[in-house]
Design a protein around this ligand. Sequence first.
Ligand code: PLP
Length: 442
Amino acid sequence: MSKQSKNPETIALHGGDYRSDPATTAVAVPIYRTTSYQFNNTGHAANLFALKEFGNIYTRIMNPTNDVLEKRVAALENGLACVSVGSGQAASTFAILNVCQSGDNFVSSTDLYGGTVNLFTHTLKKLGIEVRYADPSDPKNFEKAIDDKTRCFYAETLPNPALRVFPIKEVSDIGRKHNIPLIMDNTAAPIICKPLDHGAAVVVHSLTKFIGGHGTVIGGCLVDAGNFDWTADPKRQPLFNEPDMSYGGAKWGEVVPQLTGANVSFAVRARVCLLRDLGAPLAPDNAWGIIQGLETAPLRMQQHCSNATKVVDFLQKHKNVERVIYPTLHKGAVGERTKKYFSGGNGALVGIEVKGGVEAGKKFIEALKMFYHVANIGDARSLAIHPATTTHSQLTPEELLAAGVTPGYVRLSIGIEHPDDIVADLKQALDASGKPSLKAVS
Ligand code: PLP
């Protein structure tokens, strides 16, 4: 029954094939700390390498602990297959490298995590892959940026700091007209948003954040929806239609559905080509740590979101707050998108402009007693940071503004503590931010 359940609370505990360990009947998912797997015979080994049979070969490419995590995240996202990798950054890198090669381009939203901007603008450029940025406030901007070398669209569901929900279906529809898949980073909105249900072809996650949830493990994954026809326009998707000489001339768009009976060419190619060649697997110990977090992620998301709503109400009334940024507070089409794409909560991320600009913002962060001042989001604990001088500090002033990072902006990731305690900490820090500093008094 659990296998068919669409309820995230059940999927997080029972999703995928795992019931108990086949060797020991252990209920908790074991950590398979092994690099390699004994083949039954030479024919078995050859079949595995030729993808005529699917099974374990080597932990750089697959591992049974990771497999449980992958199946559960795939089920949570309503996807068909998932590939785990060593970090969220590796997931974004693999997502692009799985569809683009030197000379190709892709169109990305301007609303992005700073690390992703660096990857796209600088590192991928050195590999000959061009990013073209499109402002998501008008989905047509994505269409305007396409040419015959455009291989995918990329965006974040709930990008911080602007916290403007992305027009998933609008952009996915444009992409599908041109056989261009939409890849969505859903790191900030697991469970409350399902991009694959709205037409995205791939979801990537930093599992480090809400899914792991305890600030203990770095990890990432790519989820293949199985809803994109990679063979519909061979010129548009050469990596899925031209023979891959690194794998006996396989045409991934054709061969994977033939071998597996499922439209999971994206996931299989990412696993058997990119994990094989670039490495960056998720260590099984880390997969296990993320599985522990995943088991309670649906419950935590409820508490994160309900606490964030209370925090937003409080902040809007405080005299030292200039502006509150939260998905539901945006006006017009952007605000409407929150209703359209989110259910069960509006996220845990809240932005504030403290009155008094950068100095007041810094004072506010330093006065926080319970919140941690860290470069992370999605921990069970409440977190705060000043993006302009930290997470986004490598961006140019123009890039900062495009990403919605003003000098005084403070990003809060609301945890699952009691809401009264969260509000009390914010209140005392905001009160302190408005007081003249000792230096000014003397
Ligand atoms: N995507 C988003 C939206 C993020 O916030 C982050 C990290 O902050 C990443 C990707 C990268 O994830 P990781 O730190 O696991 O590499």
